[in-house]
Design a protein around this ligand. Structure first.
Ligand SMILES: C[S@@+](CC[C@H](N)C(=O)[O-])C[C@H]1O[C@@H](n2cnc3c(N)ncnc32)[C@H](O)[C@@H]1O
Length: 362
């Protein structure tokens, strides 16, 4: 029998830890803008959909909240504080005693939880624990969580689809590190993996949420993109891939290594993502809105642009190639970004965040 406590569906690649110049903590302002933009949506969602009767866990009077894919902070603290304040408001408005809050911070086992713990807000009004493990599987006991939150994390798939690193497969993704401008078979392999992962994710959360429990997700998606080759975010990855190919040509990395390296990231076309959410039977969609990244993006120069990507991708690259190539790879990337001004032009940004509030059916 499978052991659901140790079952893992996912490879583990976390953001760059610590608080140094390449760390996620120092390079997550873009994601923070998304969290700030979603604040009013979360407040409205809690105000209208959080049920103080069914969500007080009966005699214990505690509310359990989990942030999935929390990384090292500080963004996760902003999101959690926003949720707690909105719930407190609900209790106050009904003259009810404010319950205790228990917050679970989840991320991959390789996440730098020490940095996260070190930076817990000193004035926090909740109990806190770290929960290591993949959210593409069960993380919590049945019916134990009142509110789930996740932002900017569900574009990471559980693993690179096997067939795209298989020479004998039509989906072999030679000379690229992503699906941008790749044959249809490669795109399909990514899309299939994404769909499977999302279904597993939703099923696991449905088990863990209390009846009527809420899940607020902010999921990056590709907006109005007919062909994956037009997708701005993919072009950035494609450019990074060309740096690796150049290094292979110069004998600085093995070609075979480049051919077998692919980023485990998928930006679903918005309409496909909505279809996946709508076809799920465990949840009711209470609210769904897109947050247009373009209007919230902060301008960056080439150096900052490369740092943002290094903070997110260094782990997965280092895992495959070792750490010796990182400085040169990202120096090359910075130079290429400087040569292509369109990369830094946010008007080309056709990524949106889908904010969706799901309620667990009773
Ligand atoms: C771009 S960061 C977002 C962090 C934070 N939510 C924010 O908005 O700043 C994505 C996070 O998702 C985590 N992640 C990706 N796949 C995961 C998985 N299967 N299980 C748990 N965490 C995962 C990564 O490790 C990373 O910390």
């Amino acid at each position: 029998m499978e052991n659901e406590f140790v079952k893992t569906f996912s490879e583990s690649y976390a953001m760059k830890g610590g608080e140094g110049p390449h760390s996620y903590a120092q390079n997550s302002k873009v994601q923070r803008v998304g969290i700030e933009a979603a604040k009013s949506l979360i407040q409205k969602a809690i105000a209208t959909k959080f049920d103080t009767n069914t969500n007080s866990t009966y005699s214990r009077k505690q509310i359990c909240i989990a942030d999935l894919g929390c990384s090292t902070g500080p963004n996760t603290f902003i999101a959690i504080q926003c949720i707690i304040e909105a719930i407190e408001l609900q209790y106050k408005s009904k003259d009810l005693t404010i319950p205790d809050f228990q917050v679970f911070f989840n991320d991959h086992i390789s996440n730098d939880f020490n940095t996260l713990f070190k930076n817990f807000p000193s004035n926090r009004n909740y109990f806190a624990s770290g929960v290591p493990g993949s959210f593409y599987g069960r993380l919590f006991p049945k019916e134990s969580i009142n509110v789930f939150h996740s932002s900017a994390s569900l574009s990471w798939i559980s693993k690179v689809p096997k067939e795209i690193t298989d020479r004998s497969s039509a989906a072999w993704n030679k000379g690229r590190i992503h699906y941008t401008n790749a044959p249809k078979e490669v795109v399909d392999a990514y899309a299939n993996q994404y769909q499977k992962d999302m279904e597993i994710f939703l099923h696991a959360r449905a088990e863990e949420l209390v009846g009527n429990g809420l899940m607020a997700l902010q999921i990056p998606a590709a907006n109005d993109v007919t062909f994956h080759s037009e997708f701005y975010w993919g072009k950035k990855f494609e450019l990074l891939g060309t740096c690796l190919v150049d290094m292979a040509k110069e004998g600085k990395v093995e070609e075979e290594k480049v051919d077998t390296f692919n980023l485990p990231i998928f930006f679903s076309p918005l309409k496909d993502l909505i279809k996946i959410l709508e076809s799920n039977d465990d949840f009711i969609i209470e609210q769904m809105e897109t947050i247009d990244a373009k209007s919230h993006f902060i301008p960056v120069n080439a150096q900052m642009f490369a740092s943002l990507h290094r903070a997110a991708l260094e782990g997965v690259i280092e895992n495959h190639f070792g750490d010796e190539i990182l400085d040169e790879l990202f120096d090359r990337y910075t130079k290429k970004v400087m040569e292509i001004p369109a990369m830094l032009d946010m008007q080309n940004l056709n990524v949106v965040a889908l904010f969706v509030l799901l309620r667990r059916k009773v």
